[in-house]
Design a protein around this ligand. Sequence first.
Ligand code: ADP
Ligand code: MG
Length: 265
Amino acid sequence: MKILELNNVEFHYPGSEFRLANINLTFNENDFAFILGPNGSGKSTLFKLILGSKKPEKGTIKLKSKNVFEYSDKERAKNIAYVPQSSLTVYPYSIYEIVMMGRTPYFNFTGFERKRDMEIVDEALETVGLYGLRNKGINEVSGGEAQRAFIARALAQKSDLILLDEPTAHLDLKHQYSIIKLLRKLNEEQGLTIISIIHDLNLAGNFNGRAILMKNGKVFADDKIEKILISERIKEVFDVDSEVSTKTLDSGKKIFIHILDKQKF
Ligand code: ADP
Ligand code: MG
């Protein structure tokens, strides 16, 4: 079933040359998609439109067949969870408190968490492997653990669609991989629809799924990752000469991009 549908969406920021145009994208339940593309290609703007925080000038964005603007903020939050870019904050909250924030759309007029909220938070903490660290401050844990806390907050929101804007930025190789692996697992085991903006093509190439390649505010390609990560497309979109190789492991097909640069320095 369609969970999200963008039809002929157009948008620009007042006074800015940048224009997002002709965006036609459909996401089905249980999709696992990466959004790839150079800096400034419009990836985060696309998310702002989906989240209803910017309004398209043209076109429509439907979340479960209903226009995103017809949802109240609370109802929308029950249907889409968002892990913003660099959520690594300076607030003095514990991991538990951060994850409990995901329950806010469900709080009643008293604004207090109930037993059910606590159970959901515990379950989300278990899922991301942070239960033992729940009382630590978000600023006292590693970047990878903090990112897991924000993913747990999204899980506690109990929406079936999660958008993540560069969830692996600032993480080391192992933690980058483990975050995407966690997302893939949630997609497969809990049936969640997960759309992640990531920069690292090699990281995307470790996972199968769909990739949407953006260039200058347009969808340049939308296909299986292995059809996206090919040298012609990488040249056209990133202006980099590369060679692509693959290796099939038990865990699946892995794609590697080797940059070809004939010039030394
Ligand atoms: P990406 O996430 O792909 O790096 P963005 O969607 O953040 O790209 O930005 C696309 C373009 O829109 C960029 O040229 C950026 O400078 C511009 N832009 C982003 N946010 C704003 C804003 N709030 N006001 C004006 N221009 C913006
Ligand atoms: Mg961005």
